[in-house]
Design a protein. Structure first.
Length: 454
């Protein structure tokens, strides 16, 4: 959310009556989590929600990024401002961010903020932000400068998925001037964020340097750009219908997991823009944010020129897109840690850091061995699957089963008394498997992540 920077934007007196708040962006059944910076935009939103009688359905939360030595003081002031309106405000503190990644520090902060808010909400809840019409104009112009297509140029939507709930923007019809006029009429106090004057940030440079010049030359630029957003929205909807149809044609279902992959050759045969739309349709199907166009274009070029032994990867804050084995693979984040290990605790179940748990049933585990240890498969590990057969490398067994290379380290390798006995529940040492059969025992991987099914 981008709050207005100070009071330098002139109120638009007499242009039109104050707009209504968009009730479609507000949850009628769940909790509405108001992302509250304490700046003018979020103060206006919170006051409007209270005036609409929604106090019992809202929870106010301030996210402190810890970006400077005044951020804690601003968090305290935000709590005070919410209290003045009769609302409690909780504070979520984030570790200081490193300004890297697609979109620069603004995008990194936004992704971190939404990621934290996602941990708070439940299905049916809405996160409410105070984005307004001037934010919309800035967003569309920035996306245009970055080469966005119709889906990006239609701008921010009043309601979009933010798993496990939704992200609502009830103030998109309001201008910055109308928000400031509302605050003046209702004598509402708000805080000033000094970072809103930092011209090294693209949005601030656009707001304070570029848009004033555009306004002097083209006073009606805002309404014209917002009209273009509506046209782009219509084009995007038509394009998305076609993209969904193409996605279903290219989609392949893998093994027992039911996981969807895309045929890489067929995807590359599409026109670039159509291929990008297919990826966005795929991401929408998985309820994750789509990658930016520029890195997606670079990924496509890498896929087109890569040797068979290469594995192009597109990494963005929401997911990773891999090309391997003639297919495209979409992995949600967070990704599985590269190296992990744990001892099997007392009892017959061991939770796994990669998801789910291993469960033992049958004879007491102590009859099989004393020391049970789990880790990612050791490099060069081998298993003898048949008593009269050779010991084979686990990595080769996984390759034959179609397990992508970047997921192989996630499978739990079970060692008992220093001897590798099983990797997952799909590959077992012959002697270990025989002991299970003789004793009527069983090893199961319960709540196994779909991506780790063969």
């Amino acid at each position: 959310m981008t709050d207005t920077g100070g009071g330098d934007a002139a109120p638009e007196h007499g242009t039109r009556p104050m707009p209504d708040i968009d009730t479609h962006a507000i949850s009628s059944t769940g909790t509405n989590w108001v992302a509250f910076s304490g700046g003018p935009d979020s103060v206006c939103l919170l006051h409007l929600l209270i005036a609409a009688g929604l106090s019992r359905r809202i929870h106010v939360v301030h996210v402190d990024h810890g970006l400077d030595d005044q951020s804690a003081a601003r968090a305290e002031r935000a709590v005070e401002i919410a209290a003045d309106m009769g609302m409690d405000c909780s504070v979520e503190r984030l570790d200081p961010l490193q300004p890297r990644g697609a979109g620069g520090p603004e995008a990194v902060a936004r992704h971190a903020r939404y990621a934290r808010l996602q941990t708070l909400i439940q299905p049916g809840d809405h996160v409410l932000t105070a984005h307004h019409a001037d934010d919309q104009v800035e967003t569309v112009l920035l996306r245009l400068l970055r080469g966005a297509g119709p889906d990006g140029l239609r701008g921010m939507q009043p309601l979009r998925r933010l798993a496990p709930g939704w992200l609502g923007r009830p103030l998109l019809a309001w201008t910055r001037g109308e928000i400031l006029e509302y605050l003046r009429r209702n004598e509402l106090d708000y805080l000033h964020d000094p970072t809103n004057r930092d011209l090294s940030l693209d949005r601030n440079y656009l707001r304070h340097r570029v848009l004033p010049e555009i306004a002097r030359r083209w006073p009606g630029y805002r309404s014209s750009i917002l009209q273009s957003c509506r046209w782009q929205g219509a084009a995007a909807r038509s394009m998305n219908v076609e993209a969904r149809r193409t996605f279903e044609q290219l989609a392949r279902t893998r093994g027992h997991s039911g996981e969807t992959t895309l045929d890489a050759a067929d995807w590359l045969a599409l026109e670039a823009e159509q291929g990008f739309a297919v990826i966005r349709a795929w991401c929408a199907d998985e309820a994750i944010g789509a990658p930016p166009t520029r890195p997606l274009s670079e990924f496509r070029a890498q896929c087109a020129s890569a040797r068979p032994d290469r594995q192009p990867v597109l990494d963005w804050p929401d997911a990773r897109l891999h090309a391997w084995g003639g297919h495209l693979w979409l992995d949600h984040k967070p990704v599985v840690p590269g190296g992990w290990q744990c001892a099997w605790p007392d009892g017959n179940r061991c939770r796994l850091p990669v998801g789910g748990s291993l469960a033992w049933s049958g004879v007491a585990r102590g009859e099989i061995g004393r020391h049970w240890h789990l880790s990612n498969p050791p490099r060069g590990a081998r298993l003898r699957l048949h008593a009269d057969g050779p010991a084979r490398e686990v990595s080769e067994l996984m390759r034959e089963a179609g397990i992508p290379p970047w997921r192989r380290h996630a499978y739990p390798a079970l060692s008992i008394d220093g001897r590798l006995c099983a990797v997952g529940v799909d590959w077992m040492d012959a002697r270990f498997a025989e002991r299970l059969a003789r004793s009527g025992s069983r090893l199961e991987w319960r709540q196994r992540p779909t991506a780790l099914l063969p």
